[in-house]
Ligand binder design. Structure first.
Ligand code: TRP
Ligand code: ZN
Length: 477
């Protein structure tokens, strides 16, 4: 979905065509980011959106507004069958277009109801409609597919995506996972609405993102329906199928869906999850209103999931998170991502500190609130150590391999505290809230953030941000 989808189609096309990600091409996007070239003029690539860290992530030439997924999963065989109806708008004339789809054969495709040819090229599904699509045209591509899903194996990021488990399956992962369970424009730049219907044998749960919108059973199978009304980046879509305890409640008139795998012992996972509304409300005092219409969390129990992920409205936590007690710091981290990462999403992966630095800062705020340690103490303890490896990795450009490095998390959070020290509490709060509201349901860059901070501060912070985000070595205070 285009960032400014409320604009006329023609305007959206012009913006996308310029590759300027929603900002007019005349305005310099990256004023304080010395490493960035002039607004991108990269050539059109049908097999990637032009992310410098992940050149083949996503696809060029169109923008998805919604995915309507109907899936059926049989845990006995591990087979997934699905139909994806994808509504999208072209950014240019196209004789064909790509979708990302990993290890699952497409069996049938049509575009606006007329059969279309498909061809697999590795993890790219190339769809050729009978007649070329013209610039600005909205179309619906319906893809039927099915097979045995397998995760994406990445030497650096581990495996991501669809895993078969003892009693079902889990699909999740960052930076990529969606293409292991549906055909998708798999880059956070293309956010979209989703309806997700998952059919599984009676007695199993099928959990996904957003608002639960009904269940029905027929012939021994139950269909679970979920609706994601705010635009969502593909890697934030999740699926958990299996034996789960599902508890649905309400907070602020919105559904809270708390889900814990049957095999998890003790109460600590439930105890921590139960604090989701309270922690969200605490964070909302800092960041402004919670951006979504549903809450929740899913505790899974499979060794291959060993880290929590901020899947939209419903983070996934491995059982191990709560093995030594009801750890609410991780919950605060994943909930902070609902503002920073999920509602305000990356335009390119290099800006990952906008997600992880902010979520780590939220951990510090929560720990201060809980009386564990103050934000100041956390900052000082890290700053005091000149040998910390965070000083050798610039969080604003950590490299593909450094995407989830300590610098991104900790030096990223320190950058926010250092900014707070520069501009004062009031301006800092204004920056955080304006960031969350201005880019709500959209995408943004580090340049957008530094420009906002300078605007609120009323002065240049170029040297400050350069030292904290883009240089190696410990910045002077
Ligand atoms: N974004 C996750 C976090 O901060 C970390 C993460 C990166 C992750 N890649 C992942 C978690 C893959 C699970 C799977 O909290
Ligand atoms: Zn995180």
């Amino acid at each position: 979905m285009a960032m400014r989808s409320w604009l006329a189609g023609a305007t959206v096309v012009a913006l996308l065509g310029a590759g300027a990600c929603g900002s007019p091409a005349t305005k310099p996007l990256f004023k304080t980011d010395p490493r960035l070239p002039a607004p991108e003029t990269a050539a059109f690539d049908p097999a990637g959106v032009g992310d410098p860290y992940f050149p083949t992530a996503g696809n060029g030439g169109y923008d998805v507004s919604s995915y309507d997924l109907k899936l059926r999963y049989d845990p006995a065989t591990g087979r997934l069958d699905g139909t994806a109806a994808i509504t999208a708008t072209t950014a240019r004339d196209l004789t064909d277009f790509h979708l990302d789809l990993h290890a699952l054969p497409a069996t049938k495709a049509d575009v606006d109801g007329t059969a279309a040819a498909t061809r697999h090229d590795g993890d790219e599904l190339v769809v050729t409609p009978v007649a070329p699509l013209t610039a600005g045209q909205t179309f619906v591509a319906t893809i039927a597919y099915g097979g045995t899903p397998s995760p994406i194996e990445d030497r650096r990021f581990g495996s991501g995506g669809f895993f078969r488990t003892r009693d079902g399956a889990i699909a999740m992962g960052e930076p990529a996972s969606a293409s292991t369970w549906f055909p998708v424009n798999d880059h956070p730049r293309d956010k979209a609405h989703y309806t997700i219907e998952v059919t599984v044998p009676d007695g199993l749960a099928a959990i996904s993102n957003g608002v639960p919108s009904g269940q029905s059973s027929q012939g021994g199978w139950t269909s679970w329906r979920w609706e994601v009304t705010a635009p969502m980046a593909p890697y934030l879509a999740m699926l958990a199928i299996g034996k789960y305890r599902v508890v649905t409640s309400e907070h602020d008139g919105k559904p809270v869906v708390s889900v814990v795998a049957d095999t998890v012992r003790g109460d600590d996972a439930q105890t921590a999850l139960a604090r989701t509304p309270e922690i969200t409300d605490f964070l909302a005092q800092w960041f402004g209103p919670y951006p979504f219409d549903a809450y929740g969390g899913v505790v899974v129990d499979d060794e291959r999931v060993d880290e929590a992920l901020e899947t939209q409205t419903r983070p996934v936590y491995p059982a191990s998170t709560f093995r030594r007690g009801p750890d609410t710091v991780t919950v605060a981290h994943e909930l902070a991502h609902q503002w920073f990462g999920d509602s305000v999403s990356l335009t390119r992966w290099r800006d990952i500190w906008l997600n992880e630095g902010f979520a780590t800062y939220a951990e510090w705020l929560w720990q201060e609130h809980e009386g564990t340690s103050t934000v100041r103490e956390r900052f000082d303890r890290l700053y005091r150590n000149p040998d910390n490896r965070i000083w050798s990795v610039p969080p604003g450009d950590p490299g593909r391999g450094g995407l989830f490095s300590d610098s991104v998390y900790q030096r990223g959070a320190m950058t926010l505290q250092a900014l707070r020290d520069q501009v004062g509490d009031d301006a800092f709060l204004t920056i955080l809230r304006t960031w969350a509201t201005t880019h709500r349901d959209g995408n943004a860059t580090t340049g957008d953030f530094t420009a906002l901070a300078e605007k609120v501060a009323g002065r240049s912070l170029a040297g400050f941000f350069d030292a904290w985000l883009f240089q190696t070595g410990r910045p002077q205070l």
